[in-house]
Design a binder for this molecule. Structure first.
Ligand SMILES: [Zn+2]
Length: 432
């Protein structure tokens, strides 16, 4: 039923060509045939999945009235959350899936047909969409046919290189114009790593990045010449770059941003600060996770850039101010954010410190300003909650769990990171 594109002459099939190794018997070629057949079926299934994802998108668009851009943006976000939750992937991956599916079905049907017949893999299709989408619009469509031919002919690595070359040759733009366009995509990303580490990635013009690297290296070398210096050049570079970014300032920025310093919220149980052997929760950095106790002690020692939230097992806390005021007091806001640690939408990782505090039952509908009625949502999910067609409620007596019912009718429950103990008054009068 499925064609295998590259054929088909195996050593041993041809007269005079012996099987090269003793293990290359019929079992080997049978297993390989199975693998090829299954890969073809996976390609076909991938094509079907792209079609169904595109149908979802088209269905969503059919409900967007003439309301314009902002309605459509909210619906797109809502659909992204719907797909991510149902497939249990990140919203970033869902966005990519939606983009590839819509583009393949609506713009590159030849590639989709090739995928359906197992002549290219899902990976080929994704590379094609990605590379072509970066090309200027006028060169895209004329290239699709040749791109499909290349994809049917080459393994993914060679295909990527060949398609890049093809696109570059087709681009009439001068290199300078393309660089100016690429410059629009400059950015800085923080990528968490294991063991309390992370990588800061700067994507920008090569000339300036080389200048940064050169300066950091020169400073590191100068520091490394000191007699008692034990750090390696790599370590010195990292330390110098950190110092410059955390504490450095420059006169090229406007006056009002010059004094800005980083703020990181770190929650440290008081007992663990006092005692090495104290059991219980480790110190946590919001949106990130546990950090070593020595680091926490160092942070609590002084540095003003760190906002400390010390938690004590017996500290009283503000749980509710009822309907006496709309805006939650600072202690309550802090508690709501501490409890959730991050945005309470399914799968979202935005730290609570960057979230908005939502009245789950709106104030005008009688909602209280209380722990039971608050949860943090990032700006995007806050909009999806209110305008994206989802029904979002805090589950009573759950300690802050949020239930999301999607426009398609699926139910997701997001549990908070931590529990706030509930204090119920004792019926006996206190002994003092
Ligand atoms: Zn969110």
């Amino acid at each position: 039923m499925y064609s295998t594109p590259r054929d088909e002459h195996r050593a041993g099939d041809l007269p005079g060509v012996p099987a090269p190794f003793p293990w290359a018997g019929p079992g080997l070629s049978e297993a390989l045939d199975d693998a090829v057949l299954l890969s073809n079926e996976m390609a076909m299934l991938a094509a079907e999945r792209f079609r169904s994802i595109q149908r979802l998108h088209a269905e969503m668009l059919s409900h967007v009235g003439p309301g314009g851009r902002s309605t459509r943006d909210v619906m797109e976000r809502s659909l992204r959350l719907e797909v991510a939750s149902a497939l249990r992937i990140t919203e970033y991956a869902a966005e990519e899936l939606l983009y590839v599916a819509v583009t393949l079905v609506e713009e590159y049907p030849a590639a989709l047909i090739s995928l359906t017949h197992g002549r290219i893999t899902e990976q080929h299709a994704k590379i094609m969409v990605k590379l072509l989408s970066e090309a200027p619009e006028e060169v895209r469509r004329p290239l699709v046919g040749r791109a499909v031919d290349l994809a049917e002919d080459l393994p993914v690595g060679s295909f990527r290189r060949a398609l890049k070359k093809l696109i570059e040759a087709a681009c009439a733009d001068s290199a300078a114009e393309r660089h100016a366009a690429a410059l629009e995509g400059r950015r800085v990303d923080l990528v968490p790593q294991r063991d309390g580490m992370a990588t800061l990635e700067i994507h920008g013009p090569e000339v300036e990045l080389r200048a940064m690297h050169g300066r950091v290296t020169a400073m590191a070398r100068a520091i490394g010449e000191a007699e008692d210096e034990t750090r390696t050049l790599d370590q010195l570079r990292a330390d110098v770059a950190c110092d410059l970014l955390v504490d450095g300032s420059t006169t090229v920025h406007p006056e009002q941003v010059r004094g800005i310093r980083a703020t990181v919220v770190v929650t440290v149980p008081v007992l663990s600060l006092l005692d090495d052997d104290a059991a219980g929760d480790p110190p946590m950095v919001e949106g990130f996770g546990p950090i070593p106790i020595d680091k926490a002690r160092e942070l609590c020692g002084g540095a003003r850039e760190w906002m400390r939230v010390l938690t004590h097992p017996e500290t009283g806390m503000v749980l509710s101010v009822g309907r006496t005021q709309y805006r939650p007091p600072a202690a309550l806001r802090r508690l709501v954010k501490w409890r959730s640690d991050r945005c309470m939408a399914p799968g979202c990782g935005v730290p609570a410190s960057r979230c908005e505090i939502d009245h789950n039952v709106a104030w005008i509908d009688g909602g209280c300003t209380s722990l039971e009625n608050h949860a943090p949502f990032c700006t995007g999910h806050h909009t999806v909650k209110h305008h994206g067609g989802w029904r979002v409620t805090q589950i009573p007596d759950s300690g802050g769990a949020i239930e999301w019912i999607s426009p398609a009718g699926r139910r997701y429950v997001v549990e908070p990171e931590r529990r706030v103990p509930v204090f119920t008054p004792s019926p006996e009068p206190a002994p003092f």
